[in-house]
Write a protein that binds this ligand. Sequence first.
Ligand code: FAD
Length: 358
Amino acid sequence: MDMHIVIVGGGVIGTALTAALSDRTEVTLLERGSLGEGTTAASMAMIHRQQPIPTNYDQRLRSLAWEQYRPDLDELTHTRIGSLYVAETETFADQLCEAAPALAECGVETAFLTDDDLSKFGIDEGIGGIYTPEEGYFEPDELVEFFAARARERGARLETGTEVTGIDPGEPVTVQTADDRIEADAVVNAAGPWAPAVDRLVGLDFPLRHTRGPILSFETGSTKPRPFTLFERGLYCRSHSEGLYVGRFATDFAEGESLDPDERRAIPEEFHEEVREFATAVPAIAENPILDEWVGVRTVTPDGRPLVGETSVEGYYVATGMSGLGVTLAPAVADLLSDQLSGTDRELIEPLSPARFA
Ligand SMILES: Cc1cc2nc3c(=O)[nH]c(=O)nc-3n(C[C@H](O)[C@H](O)[C@H](O)COP(=O)(O)OP(=O)(O)OC[C@H]3O[C@@H](n4cnc5c(N)ncnc54)[C@H](O)[C@@H]3O)c2cc1C
């Protein structure tokens, strides 16, 4: 492939795509700040295989991503802690009970847990759940640096401190920055929560909304890893070297907003309150000091699947709307979009096409 492709945004998606494409063609990545400083830095970076209603398609996509990660595991820190999804109502427990064999059929080692089994994990409030022992997390900054290093080795140009301020579509596409006008055969929007602003540069308006991802980091004094645990009420905890993170998992488009991703957000008092109540379910966080806190921003779509692929604007592609799964899916998104840019549309990219919202 003899093309020049410009990627806008140097988070996990932009760097994974640059690494995948730079094996085939000339690539320039433009990042307005530093690599990985956007949503990726705010992430829990878990590789999620669990779904309360697993679909064959979504599991195939996640498998494709995991198969791409797997050969690089000796170069990356992947901390396997397992993952629990805890039902707090009978209805949801029934749903998880059905999900367990469906996930197993998709190749994900899964066990359904009763309330007795849950109490062995120190959880007394659940009435059932699923456990997937293979799941774990990456270090987001290390992951971005890994993809970036691979891309550089393959000859890609990665420019930081370079904001894209204009895009003139056509053949070639012209990408405008403060100091330069760069001609390319294609440009890819991988700008995370800033994606709507980049889409507007070419007159596109996709259904993308933002949800808030508050995180409180507790120093629990215990370094014993415990499974990533998501409760039906939407709160989750994930262990780290000094304690536990507690966050809210929110990816519902209907509850989404249009936020300014640059705004600094404080954790709202209601979240502190909610977490204090949560301490009955996770006693490890009661009475322990808060080490750090932040609010990340997820970018969500109406059907919870990313927008990946060509658009109606000539030479303009998107890899946006990761709906809370950007780290899980990055290598699959990169693989599928690299193929499309090289002229091969694989079956797995079709359900991600931006045209589904045309
Ligand atoms: C609290 C929280 C926890 C999460 N946990 C998980 C998890 O456990 N597992 C999982 O799979 N996913 C998780 N996610 C989601 C995941 O982090 C994101 O889907 C992923 O990081 C998105 O990556 P990205 O590269 O698309 O965006 P970003 O990392 O935001 O990167 C976009 C980049 O584009 C740059 N940019 C923007 N505009 C321009 C411009 N005009 N010119 C140049 N550069 C520009 C920005 O500076 C930014 O660096 C979580 C998200 C949050 C908020």
